[in-house]
Design a protein. Structure first.
Length: 256
């Protein structure tokens, strides 16, 4: 299966595996910081089925299989051991990869993440799934509403807002139904206490999709995890790129 996952490999140095969000992609979720990360590390970024140029899956996605596949891709790219940077759904993928392959993972950075669904995400997933089939532009408006920080949203002119919505509607990956269905099943709470590698949890404090309380739960559940709070909505790469990158690089620098 590994050969069917499109992935990027950039840079040299210690390994870093990227795990993107549901309805996202490596470029969409990490594009703002990818070149910076690759200056000091070998970055491997796979696109999930139905994202980027990876073919859509004909069957439901499974968290174990997805985590195993990402690890296999990193190993196939020459990384024997590596840190994992997970975003949104990718935080659950990163946790599962760590608990299934503890000999491979050196550290975790979990951004805008969750170990379980709260009622906010549960409702959002239901709306997301329905609008995927019925009205992609309305879906883009909904995701913009819940995932954008207040100040960033209000700073947009009406024209900029319309453009942002149109761009998001055009971006929605073909595999989003499978991604959203996987989000709906996430529950990694029982695994957190067994994580024995350094971990950084980045909470997005203005996030209307994955609330900062869920990031705090992740940090509380992982022994010794560090929590950093960044004033941004779910789309941290667009709203607080520099703060996010600085937190990641400071943490990864301590692993080297």
């Amino acid at each position: 299966m590994t050969e069917h996952f499109h992935h990027v490999v950039r840079g040299t140095g210690p390994g870093l595996l990227l795990a993107h969000g549901g309805g996202g992609s490596v470029e969409g979720n990490f594009g703002a910081i990818l070149d910076d990360l690759a200056r000091t590390r070998t970055v491997v970024g796979p696109d999930y089925p139905g994202s980027g140029t990876t073919p859509r899956s004909a069957t439901p996605l499974d968290l174990d299989e997805l985590a195993d596949e990402l690890v296999a891709i990193a190993v196939g790219a020459g990384l024997e051991r590596f840190a994992i940077l997970g975003y949104s759904l990718g935080t659950a993928v990163a946790v599962r990869a760590t608990t299934r392959h503890p000999d491979r993972v050196t550290g975790l950075v979990l951004t805008s993440g969750f170990a379980r669904l709260d009622n906010r995400i549960r409702l959002a997933v239901d709306v997301w799934a329905a609008l995927l089939h019925d009205d992609p532009k309305l879906l883009a408006k909904f995701l913009t509403l819940v995932a954008t920080g207040r100040d960033h949203l209000e700073a947009l002119t009406p024209g900029q807002l319309e453009t942002a919505v149109d761009q998001l509607a055009a971006f929605v990956p073909d595999g989003s139904p499978e991604h959203v269905a996987l989000v709906a099943k996430v529950d990694t709470r029982a695994e957190l206490a067994g994580i024995a590698v350094p971990a950084l949890v980045v909470a997005t404090t203005l996030d209307g999709l994955a609330s900062p309380a869920l990031s705090r739960e992740l940090a509380d559940g992982i022994p010794g995890a560090e929590l950093v709070e960044v004033e941004a909505g779910h789309n941290i790469g667009a709203e607080a790129r520099d703060e996010w990158l600085a937190a990641i690089e400071k943490f990864l620098g301590r692993l080297s």
